[in-house]
Ligand binder design. Structure first.
Ligand SMILES: [Zn+2]
Length: 347
């Protein structure tokens, strides 16, 4: 299993800035080559072709040869993924990026050695043993901080026996409702920062807005890491609704949907579950708020029109439900592991 570990770099950032500009140059060369191929109706260059064309430019560009190769290969990969004949040019406004080949990065105590330089990092967590893979890169955020993202291959944990399971309904009002009856609010400081961000944007304070935005992204990631870690530690089986942010984002709910960052949270749950031997499943959650989790009658509120109804009483069995927690329970029932529900005595 591949995991990405992210460390803030605290030395040689000037060097990285220069290397990032050279990487942009390589990227734009790839783009140019691609445009020439289009213009003359030639075969589109592959990563291998671009590697051959850039061979020997390492000294002139003051870049590690592996980095040049990684840029060329990423160019072709991005072009295919986005299904575009060519891509955007990288320039002064692009965020700094220096990819490298996994084999070129070496551990050196709490620092890392790459291309003859030692990069010191804020060693926030130990890097697990395992092979460092391609895809590893240095990148710069909007605030100008450099990070080292290390892709490392770790062994998958043995799956543990299923004793307890949990259903999670991701939402707009609260961040998540759990089938245990717990509700997890969006962290308050995130909301406060979002208000500050809006104020800064209205006042056209670009630099301030950028800083606040980076802080929000950091705080949200931190919140999601802690929550997903807690769930994976406490439960052997995790079922999450497949609510689709991209589909909802076209409506006016867009802002809060995007803020909630469901897909990044599901990603964290998935890989943490894999790393710790828990089960993870995404469950189709359509009608999950309509169906009563006690008697399975379709007595609940209907769709987007009744989104305002937060709690209701089932007209068939008389149990009162919180809308989101009822959904979370249905999500757990629909998952492949129905049996652990028996262990949840509150149902
Ligand atoms: Zn009922």
């Amino acid at each position: 299993m591949l995991l990405v570990y992210r460390y803030r770099v605290k030395s040689l950032t000037g060097l990285l800035g220069r290397q990032a500009r050279a990487c942009n140059f390589v990227w734009n060369f790839c783009n140019d080559t691609q445009l020439q191929a289009l213009k003359w109706n030639k075969r589109w260059p592959s990563g291998f072709d671009l590697n051959r064309l850039t061979a020997g430019s390492s000294k002139q560009l003051a870049l590690h040869a592996g980095t040049i190769n990684a840029v060329c290969e990423q160019y072709v990969k991005s072009r295919r993924q986005r299904n575009r004949p060519w891509l955007r040019w990288r320039g002064r406004r692009s965020l700094g990026w220096v990819p490298l080949k996994g084999r070129d990065l070496k551990r050196e105590g709490e620092a890392f050695r790459f291309a003859g330089h030692t990069f010191r990092v804020f060693h926030s967590r130990p890097l697990p043993q395992g092979k460092i893979r391609d895809g590893t890169n240095f990148c710069c955020d909007a605030r100008g901080n450099w990070f080292l993202n290390i892709v490392v291959e770790v062994a998958e944990a043995q799956t543990r026996p299923v004793h307890s399971g949990i259903g999670i309904d991701l939402g707009l009002k609260d961040f998540a409702a759990l089938s245990t009856g717990e509700k997890i609010e969006n962290p308050r400081h995130l909301r406060q920062m979002a208000e500050k961000l809006a104020a800064a944007q209205r006042a056209h304070k670009r630099r301030q807005a950028r800083n606040i935005y980076a802080r929000i992204a950091h705080a949200r990631r931190d919140f999601q890491h802690k929550l997903s870690m807690r769930l994976v530690r406490d439960f052997d089986y995790i079922a999450v609704g497949n609510v689709n942010a991209a589909g909802l984002a076209k409506t006016r709910l867009a802002k809060s949907v995007l803020d909630a960052g469901w897909s990044s949270f599901r990603g964290m749950l998935r890989y943490k579950a894999m790393a710790h031997g828990a089960w993870y499943e995404e469950v189709n959650e359509s009608f999950s708020s309509r169906v009563c989790s006690s008697c399975a009658g379709e007595t609940g509120p209907k769709g987007v029109a009744d989104l305002g109804i937060r709690s209701w009483i089932c007209s068939e069995c008389g149990v009162s439900h919180d809308r989101d927690i009822n959904s979370a329970r249905n999500i757990l029932f629909r998952s492949g592991h129905r049996t652990p529900a028996e262990g949840i005595s509150t149902l």
